[in-house]
Design a protein around this ligand. Structure first.
Ligand SMILES: Nc1ncnc2c1ncn2[C@@H]1O[C@H](COP(=O)(O)OP(=O)(O)O)[C@@H](O)[C@H]1O
Ligand SMILES: [Mg+2]
Length: 252
């Protein structure tokens, strides 16, 4: 281990399409590029399994996060190795658990991560587009949140709701939970609204200095089975995620 402490970071925003999955994969890839000795675990917590299908194409797994949530397997038992990462896959099966009201479900991820977190420098959790058991469970387990927001769908109302959830979880379950920052994604400099959003005053809310520009490479890389740094090294998409990831590393 090159760092003593492990960092558990959840990518969350109840909105879909804001680049949670894209950011989890490409911050993960950038961590490995900036320091190949870092041990990184990617946790897919979205029933849509986009992170899993992006990295593994259409491969199916016998065991996924579903089996972790039902207690059939430990998180360690379902971890797959992929291009220098560890990945815990998800698929549609975990959506069956979303409607259960068993309060214990909220703590499963935290309990499981406690048992393996010392094996990793960074654990990145890709949350679904909702504030249900998986996102709340991720917030209970995490040290920090990264909140991707697209300039075009930037909604203060949505952010306020997320901040309220953050405060609630902080107060009740996880007093050390921090928001590392709002991360602006899909920025298009030709759009006036995008520039206005970038220069918005977010008050107390932290934000990343760097932001992610709109790039077709971040659509195309998905079929490559890797991250954008492999697919398009030197591209602006890769540079943007490398710059954001430097901020993540500096965060400590
Ligand atoms: N900077 C970007 N420029 C262009 N397309 C992007 C960018 N970031 C993400 N996308 C695309 O937007 C879509 C939604 O991104 P995704 O990461 O799946 O969002 P979420 O996980 O929040 O639902 C995907 O098709 C992805 O390839
Ligand atoms: Mg997603």
């Amino acid at each position: 281990m090159s760092n003593k402490k492990s960092h558990i970071i959840a990518f969350c925003n109840q909105k879909g399409g804001v680049a949670k999955t894209t950011s989890a994969i490409n911050v993960g890839g950038a961590l490995k590029i900036l320091n190949k000795n870092l041990r990184v675990l990617l946790v897919d917590l979205d029933p849509q399994g986009n992170l899993t299908s992006c990295l593994f194409r259409n491969k199916e797994f016998d065991y996924t996060m579903y089996h972790v949530y039902t207690g059939e397997k430990t998180l360690k038992q379902i971890i797959q190795k992929h291009q220098g990462f560890d990945v815990s896959p998800a698929d549609i099966e975990i959506s069956f658990l979303q409607s259960t009201v068993d309060l214990g479900n909220y703590f499963i991820l935290k309990e499981q991560l406690e048992t393996i977190k010392d094996d990793y420098n960074y654990i990145l959790i890709d949350c679904p587009p909702s504030l249900g058991i998986f996102t709340i469970g991720a917030c209970i387990a995490a040290d920090q949140l990264i909140v991707p927001v697209t300039c075009e769908t930037m909604s203060l109302k949505g952010l306020v709701q997320l901040l309220k959830t953050h405060e609630d979880i902080k107060m009740r379950h996880n007093p050390d939970l921090e928001i590392m920052g709002v991360l602006f994604t899909k920025h298009d400099k030709r759009q006036k609204i995008d520039n206005q959003v970038l220069s918005m005053n977010l008050g107390e809310l932290k934000r990343f200095n760097n932001y992610i520009r709109k790039s077709v490479k971040l659509i195309e890389y998905v079929s490559s089975g890797s991250h954008v740094h492999d697919y398009a090294p030197g591209s602006r998409a890769s540079m943007d995620y490398l710059n954001v990831t430097k901020e993540v590393l500096q965060y400590g």
